[in-house]
Design a protein around this ligand. Structure first.
Ligand code: F6P
Length: 358
């Protein structure tokens, strides 16, 4: 009997998804030759709910190592809605179980971030054989030192900061670069250090605008007429940090603030007199070809996932721990996230460079 392995990519895309799909597929074909069939489920869990899938041909996995995005398509199907029956009257969990059975899957590989892992765990609890693979530019999946996509995004954000540096210098401006990362500051911290940002603001460390402006003014007093601020999209100031999410949103709306980044830029210009501009690279950080680092990581993770399939070791997700690829039980990591902890070595490095952390 042929093994039937389902594979889907869910949540936001990132570079390295195709490299991981290829890694899994090649390793599976190596192990099982003709005795394996890979079933591609389209557009994440939505495809599993809708029964949107096809049997993949081995040649579909060739030539995709370097390709950005995901050949399977992806969609955000929020975990919190998985058990909610909507207007379409579809019981999503039951539909996923039914389609899994119809596809006659031995197991299902779920490539994605935190939400994807929560659903993979839910499906495992419902009796399906699931295996996770940790993807996200945010690098915030619990239990793994790194996720694929992160380092490519660091490279992209770093290039943005590099390019912003030269224009900031020419115009003697303060440039505020907004970096993605949702609630985690890893991407901003790494790209900020790699790009030599003068001020790095991350969600884990609420800032005060006085400290930010003091850093800009200190540089000016030392004859450095420009400053680079790397701001994580999810930052808030010390006052907002004491508020609940809804309260914070209401305060921002009342003040007519679109984003924290825009507010920071406005305040810097007003308080220091330094002409200030905002740069938002946005989804560019998720696009294009994966870096060599991510191609290697994706291939290592894909190869390991194939080994898990061979050993019928399910209900786990692939992880990197201290340089070794291993696995974590889904139930242990689902619902948790990995943020920049206080006292992390990278924060110490930034401080030792004289970087203002807000
Ligand atoms: O989780 C990856 C991520 O790019 C976050 O950094 C960002 O907050 C979010 O996705 C953006 O989501 P969307 O693609 O739905 O706009």
């Amino acid at each position: 009997m042929k093994r039937r392995v389902g594979i889907l990519t869910a949540g936001g895309d990132c570079p390295g998804l195709n490299a991981t799909i290829r890694g899994v597929a090649k390793a599976l074909y190596q192990r099982f030759d003709d005795d394996v069939e890979i079933i591609g489920i389209l557009n994440g869990y939505q495809g599993l709910i809708d029964g949107d899938w096809r049997v993949m041909k081995p040649r579909e996995f060739s030539g995709i190592l370097t390709v950005g995005g995901t050949i399977l398509g992806t969609k955000r199907t929020p975990f919190k809605l998985m058990r909610v029956v909507g207007d379409d009257q579809v019981d999503k969990v039951e539909a996923m179980k039914k389609n899994y059975k119809e596809m006659k899957l031995d197991c299902l590989l779920c490539l994605g971030g935190n939400g994807t892992h929560k659903t993979a765990n839910l499906l495992a609890q419902e009796g399906l054989n699931t295996i996770g693979l940790p993807k996200t530019i945010d690098n915030d999946i619990y239990g793994t030192d790194v996720t694929f996509g992160f380092h490519t995004a660091v490279d992209i954000a770093t290039e943005v900061i590099d390019r912003i540096h030269t224009t900031a210098g020419s115009h003697s401006r303060c440039m505020v670069v907004e970096v993605m990362g949702n609630k985690a500051g890893w991407l901003t911290l790494y790209s900020g250090i790699a790009g030599g940002a003068d001020i790095i603001l991350i969600p884990e460390m609420p800032y005060t605008i006085d400290n930010v402006c003091a850093a800009v003014e200190k540089r000016a007093s030392e004859g450095k007429a420009f400053s680079i601020v790397a701001v994580a999209e999810g930052v808030f100031d010390a006052e907002e940090a004491r508020m609940k999410k809804k309260e914070r949103a209401a305060k921002r709306a009342e003040a007519g603030e679109t984003t924290a980044t825009n507010r920071i830029a406005h305040q810097i210009e007003k308080m220091t007199g330094c002409e200030t501009r905002v740069c938002v690279p946005g989804h560019m950080q998720r696009g294009g070809s994966p870096s060599a680092y991510d191609r290697v990581l994706a291939t290592r993770f894909g190869s390991y996932a194939a080994k898990l399939v061979a050993h019928e070791h399910y209900g786990v997700t692939v992880a990197m721990v201290n340089g070794h690829v291993t696995e974590n039980p889904l139930e242990e990591i689902a619902g948790k996230s990995r943020l920049v902890p206080e006292g992390h070595g990278m924060l110490e490095v930034a401080r030792s460079m004289g970087v203002c952390l807000g």
